[in-house]
Design a protein around this ligand. Structure first.
Ligand SMILES: Nc1ncnc2c1ncn2[C@@H]1O[C@H](COP(=O)(O)OP(=O)(O)OP(=O)(O)O)[C@@H](O)[C@H]1O
Length: 257
């Protein structure tokens, strides 16, 4: 079998907030090159699970493996170093910086000299800086906003800011790209463009974990999906399996979602 290697393997995640059991025994296995979707009603625990995977929340229990190596989701920068890059529901760019600078910041996670080297501008840092700049421009071109490289990012359109966030995440050369509601607030044209971008990212062999409320888009885009309800996985499988799953229809698809 030419089965793809496993990129993310997480098991037994529990997370409690005071009296609320936000996640109960949640696990996930994502293979290289997949677009994997996480769906479910509001408050089901999708973002909490994302935050646990990416080191923002400490889980009560759980085991975590990225590309076959255990990783500890103890802090976001550790997770980024391990090879997971993420975007947020609410755009988090450096608004006063240009688009190019925002991507360059992402790239510095992987640079030898790091941010301090770049600030103090040692000779070696200067050379590395030039290659970071070139790569950042390539990434802006890749996501389709290359012509806005020198625009202050807060002046970009909403859809373009979302693309910029993805470029910045890609700049870390992640093993896994985790996107939390990237289509939120987008119009139909922007959504279509986002869909095309995600397909392009997949074609490059990248692995993507995606939370998104647009079920139609998720069914068309994802290789596999997991459905959460009240912090528990109620179904996992191919889009066609999810769409015809009775528990999912009752909890999510059949209602007003
Ligand atoms: N930091 C927190 N402190 C307390 N409760 C929280 C915290 N974060 C999330 N919760 C609760 O955990 C539950 C799951 O929320 P979560 O945001 O993960 O759901 P979601 O599936 O991402 O929802 P949405 O689709 O609305 O974004 C909710 O009841 C929420 O109120």
């Amino acid at each position: 079998m030419n089965e793809q290697p496993t990129i993310l393997n997480i098991a037994g995640v529990n997370k409690r907030f005071g009296g609320l059991q936000a996640l109960t025994d949640v696990g996930i296995t994502i293979k290289q090159g997949q677009i994997y979707g996480l769906i479910g009603p509001n408050g089901a625990g999708k973002t909490t699970f994302f935050n646990v995977i990416t080191g923002l929340y400490q889980p009560d229990t759980g085991t975590f493996e990225l590309a076959g190596k255990p990783y500890s989701p103890s802090a976001p920068h550790e997770v980024a170093k391990a090879g997971i890059a993420r975007t947020f529901q609410n755009i988090r760019l450096f608004g006063e910086m240009t688009a190019l600078e925002n991507v360059m910041v992402g790239r510095h996670v992987r640079s030898k000299q790091g941010v301090f080297g770049a600030i103090f501008r040692h000779n070696a840092a200067r050379e590395e800086e030039a290659s970071i700049r070139t790569r950042a421009q390539e990434l802006l071109d890749f996501v389709g906003i290359g012509k806005f490289a020198n625009r202050t990012s807060k002046f970009l359109s909403y859809g373009d800011q979302r693309r910029l966030e993805i470029a910045r995440a890609l700049a870390t050369d992640p093993q896994l790209l985790a996107l939390d509601e990237p289509a939120a607030g987008m119009n139909a044209t922007e959504k279509l463009a986002l869909r095309e971008l995600l397909i392009k990212i997949k074609q490059q062999g990248k692995t993507v974990l995606l939370i998104e409320h647009d079920v139609k888009m998720m069914m068309a885009l994802c290789d596999r999906l997991m459905v959460l309800e009240y912090g528990k996985p109620i179904a996992e499988g191919l889009p066609a399996e999810i769409q015809s799953n009775k528990a999912v229809i009752d909890a999510y698809l059949g209602g007003s979602h």
